[in-house]
Design a binder for this molecule. Structure first.
Ligand code: GAP
Length: 430
């Protein structure tokens, strides 16, 4: 129920559309509209700032999506990155066997085939000859681009273990059943960080990153009571993990994974050392030891975080007998920080509002809106998740102050035009 409202708001306000919609869409792929891309960029920037910019121990990279095919043999994905798939013999629909556990075939009750393993990697060919030697894959996770660059990064950055490498980028999985809007898609983005530590210290670092990542969602403004930690039991552990926790969120369709935190041990670097024949060990000058670092990984989905922000922010309220829909997004990530409204289209108010728009634009994402009553403009601002509405009114003409309306409390204060940049800046950082 609530999801339908969010999907419809996303379409109406220009957050998210089905991909290739005029052709009927394509399953598991979505496009971000003007507000959606702004929100997505802000979430990525928010992550990068806390994981890379504000830290001395994490470096960023941006690796290619198509990598040498041996990478995926070494990583174990060619062999093991598969889900059990079943087909219904009657309606021919395809399901993930683990999605159906304990349920009968949901649509027609037909007989199911035996489960077969289905590799989730998208295959393509590199170059003009489409033979087996030219097979390549679209990366199913960004992590491998970090492992293969371990030595490339450590030398120029002069980092010492423990340190991390972070990356944001697209990943692709041929999911058997993409579903729940942008929650499980075939093309998505990840924000991943691989933290290289000395073996034996991995337990402590694992705990550290669990806490740190949970705190991040708190700072992002996600309601605490909606976040959960879920520990993977043996059967759930990925082929590379010794220990794993999911940070989960209580979505309208169930409590689901937002981010995975894994202790990947020395699996990845050892495998790449074996497959590439290159030395991926680390020489610790302090202790005079050489070892293959263990890796603690934090792996978040951009699209899932964005969906979580939308779901968490959505609320309906009654104000003086009228319903209002509000997207209570944090000012730190809201697609537009402020709307600028002339109260009426005369008395020089549009000109002053445009001047304010020009004044604020170099600093923040703002928009000018003169269409409809100011009440209607506020409603649009609420639905778009814009935290502040700046209105030029008759008093502005006298004293160069404007009314600033707070989206959440609907309280209004007067701020001098010259003080607006500072006033808004404070709101973002608080
Ligand atoms: N490198 C580790 C890794 O990829 P994962 O648990 O398979 O681990 C990490 O994925 C995160 O990537 C998930 O928590 C989720 O946020 C996001 N993700 C994975 N598959 C996705 C999909 N099909 N659609 C959207 N997001 C996905």
């Amino acid at each position: 129920m609530e999801m339908e409202k969010i999907v419809s708001l996303c379409k109406r306000r220009g957050f998210i559309f089905p991909s290739s919609e005029i052709y009927g869409g394509i399953n598991g792929c979505w496009d971000y509209g003007p507000l959606g891309v702004a929100l997505k960029n802000n979430i990525k920037r928010f992550w990068w700032r806390s994981m890379v910019q504000l830290r001395d121990d994490i470096e960023g990279i941006d690796a290619s999506i198509i990598m040498h095919p041996r990478v995926w043999e070494a990583s174990g994905h060619v062999q093991q990155f598969a889900d059990p798939m079943v087909d219904c013999k009657d309606c021919k629909l395809r399901f993930r066997a683990d999605d159906l556990e304990g349920e009968s075939c949901p649509s027609c009750g037909g007989e199911l085939t035996e489960a077969r393993m289905f590799n989730l990697m998208f295959r393509t060919h590199v170059g003009s000859v489409e033979d087996e030697a030219a097979v390549a894959y679209l990366r199913p996770e960004t992590a491998q681009g970090i492992y293969v660059n371990f030595q490339n990064v450590i030398k120029p950055s002069r980092q010492k273990v423990p340190f991390g490498i972070a990356q944001i980028g697209k990943a692709f999985r041929n999911e058997i059943t993409p579903r729940n809007f942008i929650f499980r898609t075939r093309e998505f983005e990840q924000m991943e960080m691989q933290y290289f530590v000395k073996p034996g210290t991995d337990g402590e670092w694992f705990e550290y990153w669990k806490e740190e990542r949970l705190r991040w969602y708190d700072v992002l403004g996600i309601k605490k009571g909606k976040l959960k930690l879920h520990e993977h039991r043996d059967k759930e552990l990925a082929h590379y993990a010794k220990e794993a926790f999911d940070i989960q969120y209580e979505f309208p369709f169930g409590v689901k994974e937002l981010e995975g935190i894994h202790n990947r041990t020395d699996y990845d670097l050892s495998r790449h050392r074996e497959f590439s024949g290159k030395d991926l060990s680390y020489y610790d000058q302090e202790t005079n030891e050489r070892y293959i670092p263990y890796i603690i990984e934090t792996s978040a989905g951009v699209d899932r975080t964005l969906l979580c922000c939308l779901v968490d922010a959505y609320r309906e309220e009654e104000v003086k007998g009228e319903k209002r829909v509000v997207m209570g997004l944090s000012p730190a990530i809201a697609p537009k920080l402020a709307g600028i409204f002339p109260l009426v289209k005369r008395d020089g108010m549009p000109e002053i509002a445009k001047r304010i728009d020009e004044l604020l634009k170099p600093h923040f994402d703002v928009f000018y809106d003169a269409g409809g009553s100011v009440g209607r403009r506020y409603r649009r601002q609420d639905e778009a998740g814009t935290p502040f509405g700046i209105t030029v009114d008759s008093q502005t003409l006298k004293d160069e102050t404007v009314t600033v309306r707070d989206r959440d409390t609907m309280e209004q204060v007067r701020v001098g035009i010259d003080d607006l940049v500072e006033w808004l800046r404070e709101k973002i950082s608080s």
